[in-house]
Write a protein that binds this ligand. Structure first.
Ligand SMILES: [Zn+2]
Length: 146
């Protein structure tokens, strides 16, 4: 585990490139509607029922990280919240994702919340999957000779 001395973020790899103190959470929330801020807080609260994590704001998004970044809040819209959940494969038969995109081996699944009820059991299921994947990655890393 490597800790950046500037921003205090932890990474599995030494000198992992990352955005360092570009923006704060407050920068993202400034000027946003009550609805959007409420959705954001609801999303974090729901994710905390799965497990603990830290928030890492960067230039364009707010990442959620435990050992690695396992999820990100992509956009705080006027009355909605866009979240990206990276999963190990494509899950096409879902109702919750409006966009699915590949980046290397990970498949980004995008979900948009307009209402707190949009964060339903289906979304929670995939949120947990992304969170568990992070733990699995950390375990793999720790058993590899460095
Ligand atoms: Zn840093």
């Amino acid at each position: 585990m490597w800790t950046c001395t500037t921003c205090g973020q932890q990474f599995l790899r030494n000198n992992q490139s990352h955005s360092c103190l570009d923006k704060t959470e407050a920068d993202f929330l400034r000027g946003k509607s009550e609805v959007t801020v409420g959705l954001y807080q609801h999303f974090l609260a729901q994710y905390r029922t799965i497990g603990d994590f830290k928030i890492h704001p960067s230039k364009s998004m707010i990442s959620l990280a435990k050992n690695t970044r396992f999820c990100s809040v992509h956009q705080l819209g006027r009355n909605f919240l866009d979240v990206c959940i990276p999963l190990p494969k494509v899950f096409p038969d879902t109702l919750c994702f409006h966009k699915i995109g590949h980046i290397d081996k990970q498949v980004n699944h995008y979900v948009r919340f307009y209402d707190k009820e949009d964060l339903n059991e289906e979304v929670l299921h995939y949120m947990k999957m992304a969170y568990d994947l992070d733990a699995a990655k950390a375990e793999k890393q720790s058993t590899q000779p460095s």
